[in-house]
Design a protein around this ligand. Sequence first.
Ligand code: BGC
Length: 266
Amino acid sequence: MQISLARQVALITGASSGIGHAAAKALAAAGAAVVINYNRQAEPAEALARQIIADGGQAIAIGADVSKEDEVERLFAQTLEAFGSLDILVANSGLQKDAAAVDMTLDDWNAVIGVNLTGQFLCARAALRIFNRQGVREGVSRAAGKIIHMSSVHQRIPWAGHVNYAASKGGVDQLMQTLAQEVSHQRIRINGIAPGAIRTAINEEATEGAAGEKLLELIPYGRIGDVDDVANAVVFLASDAADYIVGTTLFIDGGMSLYPEFRGNG
Ligand code: BGC
């Protein structure tokens, strides 16, 4: 299977680090022009853009807080100014602010819902408006646009101490499915990815040393995931190789969502 995203434009939110960073890199390697969105960390996003351009690709880094409507509108307008079209949105920005429910502040609830759920809605809405205007770009892709919503195994697995995060990802699942039901007839493909434990700079503490060993008890496949495990799936879902995949979530979790604690128990 040969995948080329040549002549396509991809916008990846939250791409200054972790899964978003790897996804931007992989989409660029597949030939897409990429918009590397960041919120606070401009430098790693700009460094990635420079690297992609040095390798012969097309990239731009654009700062915007996806939980703010005016910033999202500006992000998409700047994307069109830079590259003239949009074919792929990876709605990836996400954060965690963990606390027991009894101690969780409304600010921490709102911050997580604001980025993880409202941010994905605002970006999807902006992308859909562009896809509707563009229609299918003949010879570029069979679809009029593709959206990939970055979810989590916690769209399915309840997670004590993380009620804001789990609720946001449960919401992402219905956001993705409802949008897919609403717009598939316009040849727009919307899907989700639900990563499990993926090694990134942000969750180093939970994935290294003794904590990492303990985490492995939850992963039947016996290893913690790498960002490229997810980035490869982003490229596939964004490509015409996945043209008949609509409204589904791909779990990339080494079997975490199989409830491994029930093996030989229950
Ligand atoms: C979270 C990680 C966590 C994983 C499995 C992900 O959604 O971002 O911090 O390790 O779920 O629990």
